[in-house]
Design a protein around this ligand. Structure first.
Ligand code: ADP
Ligand code: MG
Length: 393
């Protein structure tokens, strides 16, 4: 892209419009950041009640590959981004032929496939968990015993622990692959994790890279539950290594946009890369309230070709994910979480995504606690967890 897409009213009296493929909560927060800066927004998502569609100037309600829907996006938008990695690559290719699209179809296609993603990490010299590709019965039979116990993951379309099966023996492995309909998979050795962390970077059209501090993440049942970000949340060596690895991963891809890389920290202090997301990430939601620019601000800036300046965290933060489970009482009856109690806590920032139906495991919102000290933030976060019925951490 040669010229920045400037916000606000242009010389012709028209507002520039930025587009996003996908209308989930990530799209919603992108739309809100873009609108704050003075852009109009367009969302493509088939769901009439999609969280981003509900707050966008324009909502194109078609399938991702619908020609007319894509044509409408191209007509409306000066540039287009994506909020989830499973937007079909052909849709991004079509859009990219006519408009700046970031991230591009080719890099999204790599992130859509665990096997291609791992090959990229290996190319960058970043260690991955021991693994084997399983595309054929021969590959299944040839799996080495050193990969067991392991986790069998579908190469494509997995998220929040879906498309994954823990396997202890070869018989379980064969059974698991059959139950996944023998789609291409990766078998990963199950590692003993000391901690998990992630790093979010933004890279502009001109190759400028800025990043947030590494986040420490706690997953429960394969879903992110808690993110903690403050000084000394992680060993110093892991902070440095995870940032260096992320920067090399984003640069090697010639990536444009916001990218998140997830890591495992092992007991011996070594760091292993897990996966990447070609978009803002759940573990970066605290940036909305604890940093002078959020990950969504950076998504807007990278897409529009605006200058990137390093974001600064101004407050320690703990984020709690608010899953649909919280809307279900111990008696199994629907309930409303105690927002009154939560909002009485100092430094509580409530974000609900406007989803109409709460289901177990569904991401309904998040709560970020900020404060002057780590102790104050931890105290508020633990009180919030107790009020909401979230297990302490
Ligand atoms: P998703 O796409 O669903 O986020 P991940 O591969 O990140 O899938 O796995 C989800 C979670 O499962 C991880 O954050 C981690 O807690 C656990 N996990 C995944 N792979 C391994 C592994 N090889 N060893 C130990 N734990 C793992
Ligand atoms: Mg993950």
């Amino acid at each position: 892209m040669t010229q920045a897409i400037l916000p606000g009213t242009g010389a012709t009296g028209q507002q520039a419009t930025l587009g996003v493929m996908g209308g989930g909560q990530l799209g919603r927060m992108f739309v809100q950041a873009a609108q704050t800066m003075g852009y109009f927004t367009a969302v493509l998502d088939p769901d009439p009640a999609s969280p981003a569609g509900l707050v966008s100037h324009y909502h194109v309600q078609t399938d991702y590959l619908d020609e007319q829907g894509l044509a409408q996006m191209m007509q409306r938008c000066a540039a287009i981004t994506t909020e989830f990695e499973n937007v079909p690559a052909p849709a991004l290719l079509t859009l990219g032929a006519h408009r700046p699209v970031a991230p591009g179809a080719d890099v999204v296609a790599i992130a859509q496939d665990r096997l291609r993603e791992k090959a990229h990490f290996v190319r960058c010299g970043v260690p991955v968990a021991p693994f084997a590709a399983i595309r054929t019965a021969e590959q299944l039979a040839a799996v080495g015993d050193e990969l067991l116990p392991g986790i069998l993951k579908t190469a494509r379309l997995g998220y929040d622990g879906k498309g994954q099966i823990a396997v202890g023996t070869r018989a379980e492995l064969a059974q698991a692959w059959a139950s996944l309909k023998e789609v291409p998979c990766v078998l990963e050795k199950r590692l003993a994790l000391a901690m998990e962390c992630s790093v979010i970077v933004a890279r502009g059209w001109d190759g400028d890279v800025v990043h947030f501090p590494p986040q420490r993440n706690l997953h429960r049942g394969g879903i992110l539950a808690v993110t903690e970000v403050f000084e000394s949340n992680l060993p110093e060596s892991s902070v440095k290594q995870s940032i260096e690895a992320t920067v090399s991963i984003v640069n090697e891809l010639q990536y444009v946009g916001v990218l998140c890389v997830e890591f495992f920290l092992l007991a011996d202090g070594s760091l292993v890369v897990n996966e990447m997301a070609p978009r803002p990430h759940n573990s970066g939601h605290y940036t909305l309230d604890a940093c002078d620019q959020s990950q969504f601000d950076l998504q807007v800036r990278t897409l529009a070709g605006l200058p990137l300046t390093p974001p600064r965290q101004h407050s320690p933060a703990i984020m709690l994910n608010l899953l649909g489970d919280l809307w279900c009482g111990a008696d199994g009856q629907p309930r409303v979480p105690d927002w009154g109690g939560v909002l009485a806590l100092p430094g509580a920032h409530l974000h609900l995504y406007g989803k109409l139906q709460a289901r177990k495991g569904r991401k309904m919102g998040h709560l970020t606690l900020t404060g002057a000290t780590v102790e104050a933030v931890r105290s508020s976060a633990l009180q919030a967890a107790a009020l909401l019925g979230i297990e302490p951490f």
